[in-house]
Design a protein around this ligand. Structure first.
Ligand SMILES: Cc1cc2nc3c(=O)[nH]c(=O)nc-3n(C[C@H](O)[C@H](O)[C@H](O)COP(=O)(O)OP(=O)(O)OC[C@H]3O[C@@H](n4cnc5c(N)ncnc54)[C@H](O)[C@@H]3O)c2cc1C
Length: 485
């Protein structure tokens, strides 16, 4: 029997929310997950555009408590990732804990507990509130005049309209990030007339994505083989990502490799358009499984580089006056990566809201907690390792730490929050680590947005692990029961 006196509410049933849910279930803690969508999966439910494959090895994108021996490819297609996530929810019996189509709109810490409100007017009360609302969840549309005037179908990459047939249409794709590259590549190989509108070139990783063999799948089922392989993979992550963190031979080798991908472009003008002018890794690196650079050389594919002046009913007009006629327009323009749990109105001690707390800069303690917001936790909040650690691995470390903090707070009959001093110390440690990493130095990226430094983890993954394993109790204050307005 779960402990009915102590209750947790989780917002979101994506990878983070489900990982949290399974952990709470195993700890026999009473909890409910609120999910505004009608299905689990978050990112993998919402992003169904052609060409989307996971960018880390499929085997790195597994919940540690639910091995998958049957990935079809080295890097699985998005639909397979989503199917796996749905299967995990089903097999672990998590679905019954989830309230679908229920969006949390407000959460206030008062009388020592979190008082939750949903968009449908529902209320709930919990000792702990956990935001698993995703960092790439709220689609961002570009501020280009005339957007509403376009007469053909137009949609964001995270809201793909599958009723639009590929054939016989002139497709426009705005954006050169990971989604823009994958969509353009897929449409080009499908024989569509596609124009990609880019403001700057991206470093694109041209990779092989072989099918897995039955031998490989079988091998994983041998005694101890799975655990051994997973250990080897985590070791590999730790060592292979040093190039992002410090200059040196590994970074130079990576730069040479990425430059070599561009050699297949025959037209010098196109090659120049697609050659980035900033350091490799500064932005999220798009992964290409069917050679994007070959795809954009097909006669039906076009790259238009420059500033879009306006959108008109039948196409796009560039700042230099060039006009491109289009039938379908796709906004591969990314997400509001710094919204985190917002627009939920989260109110902590002294009536301070999250919006007020973050007015000047976004901050957190370890990406999981905030001073002044007792018993509030975030999964993949600000400064989580959004680039250099596969998400399930980062979650494993964050969730273990959150569970220890919850246990400690329960034992003391108190609510827990990091101290302001410990949070400052954490941020200062990250600040000191940024110089020399690939994320600083002359490139605009969504990690930074309008912040002073990129909002990510600039240290090795091994330090993420030790940080969470060794979080000291003195970094936290424990507020006696009944605290709050
Ligand atoms: C196109 C794309 C490709 C990606 N590819 C990779 C990849 O290859 N490898 C990788 O490691 N990462 C990738 N990512 C990052 C990806 O977002 C994470 O890997 C992971 O899916 C995040 O899971 P999450 O549960 O934290 O967030 P999400 O998947 O965003 O889930 C958040 C959930 O919370 C729900 N929610 C939000 N607000 C509320 C609310 N107020 N009330 C109730 N429910 C709410 C949402 O509906 C959603 O279901 C990709 C992201 C995108 C957008």
């Amino acid at each position: 029997m779960a402990d009915r006196e102590f209750r947790v509410v989780v917002a979101g049933a994506g990878v983070s929310g489900l990982f949290m849910a399974e952990t709470l279930k195993r700890a026999r803690i009473d909890f409910t997950v609120y999910e505004k969508g009608s299905e689990v999966g978050g990112t993998w439910r919402d992003n169904t555009f052609p060409g989307l494959f996971v960018d880390v090895l499929s085997r790195q994108y597994e919940f540690p408590f639910q091995p998958n021996y049957g990935w079809s490819r080295k890097y699985a297609p998005a639909a397979e990732i989503w199917a796996y996530i749905k299967k995990v929810a089903r097999d672990c019996g998590l679905t019954k804990f989830i309230r679908f189509n229920e969006e949390i709109v407000a959460a206030r810490f008062t009388g020592g507990r979190w008082h939750i409100e949903t968009a449908k007017g529902g209320t709930d009360v919990a000792d702990v509130f956990i935001c698993a609302t995703g960092f790439l969840h709220k689609p961002l549309y570009p501020d280009i005049s005339g957007r509403e005037s376009f007469v053909g179908p137009s949609f964001h990459s995270a809201r793909w309209d599958h009723s639009v047939p590929y054939a016989g249409k002139r497709w426009g794709v705005i954006g050169s990030g990971a989604s823009g590259v994958q969509i353009t590549e897929a449409l080009a190989w499908a024989g569509c007339d596609v124009t990609q509108f880019i403001r700057r070139a991206q470093w694109v990783h041209i990779r092989e994505n072989p099918h897995t063999t039955w031998r490989e799948r079988l091998k994983l089922r041998l005694p101890f083989a799975y655990r051994r392989e997973q250990r080897r993979l985590w070791q590999f992550i730790n060592e292979s990502d040093r190039w992002r963190l410090e200059p040196g031979a590994q970074r130079e080798a990576m730069e040479r490799e990425f430059q070599s991908y561009l050699h297949c472009i025959k037209d010098p003008e196109l090659k120049q358009k697609l050659t980035p002018d900033y350091n490799l890794g500064c932005t999220r690196i798009p992964k290409s499984d069917r050679n994007y650079y070959e795809a954009v050389q097909l006669p039906n594919a076009h790259i238009v580089k420059g500033q879009i002046a306006r959108i008109v009913p039948d196409g796009i007009v560039m700042a230099d006056g060039t006009q491109v006629a289009l039938d379908v327009l796709v906004y591969a323009t990314g997400f509001d990566a710094h919204a985190y749990m917002r627009p939920i109105r989260v109110t902590g001690l002294n009536g301070i809201t999250i919006g007020e707390a973050w007015r000047d800069k976004i901050y957190s303690y370890g990406g999981i907690a905030l001073p002044g917001f007792p018993n509030l936790f975030m999964l993949y909040g600000p400064f989580a390792p959004v680039n250099n650690v596969p998400v399930p691995l980062g979650l494993d470390q964050e969730i273990a730490c959150i569970m220890r903090l919850i246990a400690e707070a329960r034992a003391r009959r108190a609510a827990v929050a990091p101290t302001a001093a410990a949070t400052e110390k954490f941020l200062a440690r990250l600040d000191a680590a940024f110089p020399g990493t690939v994320w600083v130095g002359g490139c605009k990226n969504w990690y930074t947005g309008d912040q002073r430094t990129p909002v990510l983890w600039p240290l090795p993954q091994s330090e993420h692990k030790t940080f969470f394993a060794e979080v000291p109790a003195e970094d936290f204050e424990f507020l006696p029961a009944g605290h709050g307005d």
